[in-house]
Design a protein around this ligand. Structure first.
Ligand SMILES: Cc1ncc(COP(=O)(O)O)c(C=O)c1O
Length: 379
């Protein structure tokens, strides 16, 4: 039996054609497609006062963001423990320490009320992360950050295309990052981007993503390279390549249909599952967001049995996430009250959500969930 996967990229003729064209160009590294991808991303965001820098993963975007704002060894960065490992590792990569904060039960995003008590003289930045269709309280984070003179790295890996209080994600944060990895709302196979406010930050990022080389992006975007340049700062091989940008460009053009289909799918999930008493669904009408994944919460003592049952029916499920503070690597790291994180992470379950997912698939998944809870034979 073919399993219904949790994630499924929307790779159609356009992406294949774009990939072939970029390969036929014969300039495989960073070049014109990357410049165009940044340009189109900036247009899509509509942020006239911001600049987009494309990189090879969301993780590298986070690492570069830490370097850009001068996070140093011994510094602390406050992040939800309920976050992706990429964030924690990016903090470690600059020698700093993640300080794990709890989330809110309604939004599953950073509980800003609990952030303040974690701020110490070593704190340099806060990472508000948008979880799926839920958005962090960005106004409250910005207010707190301003009060304590902290930087904000907005992890918008899940919220590309969404709106916060009428403003598009990526247009209002101190620094914002996106991921275009294989399972994200749009993919470059692997890719990421940073959105920053100044040309100076762009220049620094251009060097840092290119092992420190002072090659002007304007030369590389002409599918050429400068043979002489200075190296004046630490850098990594984090640039995006033409092939990836070409695929990203064709994905970006599909955002309207991607958004529509994901909104419709999540609304249908919410509607069908509202009949199942033991299932908690996201609190959202999905109108202002482009949902990246669809999650439910189920009693923790029934989650594995439900997963096993769905698996037998050909339905894959996922767990996003195991919280950061539970990994052995972070045993000794500072932790606040993480009671909501512990509760949510034992209940959370990701269901299949794909762009253009057929309605029948959602009906099928929901019918199996209903049967599991109504059957009473899951103990
Ligand atoms: C919230 C969040 N941040 C960062 C990342 C890292 O992005 P990437 O996989 O492109 O490195 C992910 C990836 O899943 C993510 O979910």
């Amino acid at each position: 039996m073919k399993q219904i996967p949790v994630f499924k990229p929307l790779i159609q003729q356009e992406e294949i054609q774009a990939a072939v064209e970029s390969l036929e160009l014969g300039w495989l590294g960073m070049g014109g497609y990357v410049g165009k991808f940044e340009e189109e991303l900036a247009k899509f965001l509509g942020a006239e006062d911001r600049y987009v820098v494309a990189v090879n993963t969301g993780h590298s975007a986070l690492h570069l963001a830490m370097m850009l704002i001068g996070i140093n060894p011994g510094d602390e960065v406050i992040t939800p423990s309920f976050n992706n490992i990429a964030d924690f590792q990016a903090i470690l990569a600059v020698g700093a320490k993640p300080v794990f904060c709890d989330i809110r039960e309604d939004t599953l995003c950073l509980d800003v009320a609990k952030v303040e008590e974690l701020i110490s003289p070593k704190t340099k930045a806060i990472i508000p992360m948008d979880y799926d269709c839920c958005l962090a309280d960005h106004d409250a984070v910005a207010e707190l950050a301003a009060r304590y003179q902290l930087r904000v790295i907005h992890d918008a890996a899940h919220s590309f295309g969404s709106y916060y209080k009428g403003k598009k994600i990526g247009t209002f944060s101190d620094i914002c990052m996106f991921s275009f990895d294989p399972v994200k709302t749009i993919t470059c196979i692997d890719g990421g981007a940073l959105v920053v406010k100044t040309r100076e930050e762009v220049e620094t990022l251009h060097q840092m993503r290119l092992i420190g080389m002072g090659q002007p992006a304007s030369v590389m975007y002409g599918n050429q390279r400068a043979w002489t340049y200075d190296v004046s700062r630490l850098g990594f091989r984090y640039h995006m390549a033409n092939l990836h940008a070409a695929i990203g460009l064709s994905q970006l053009a599909k955002m309207p249909e991607i958004t529509e289909s994901r909104q419709a799918a999540c609304s249908l999930y919410n509607e069908l599952l509202s009949e199942v008493r033991e299932v908690k669904t996201p609190i959202s009408d999905f109108k202002n967001v482009t949902p990246f994944l669809y999650y439910i919460r189920v009693p923790s003592n029934k989650r594995q049995a439900l997963r096993d049952r769905l698996k037998q029916c050909g339905i894959d499920t996922g767990i996003h996430w195991q919280p950061g503070h539970c990994f052995s690597l972070f045993d000794k790291m500072t932790k606040g009250d993480l009671s909501i994180t512990n509760k949510i992470s034992s209940e959370i379950l990701s269901l299949p959500l794909h762009s253009l997912i057929p309605t029948e698939t959602i009906n099928f998944v929901c019918s199996k969930i209903k049967a599991f809870f109504e059957g009473g034979n899951h103990e």
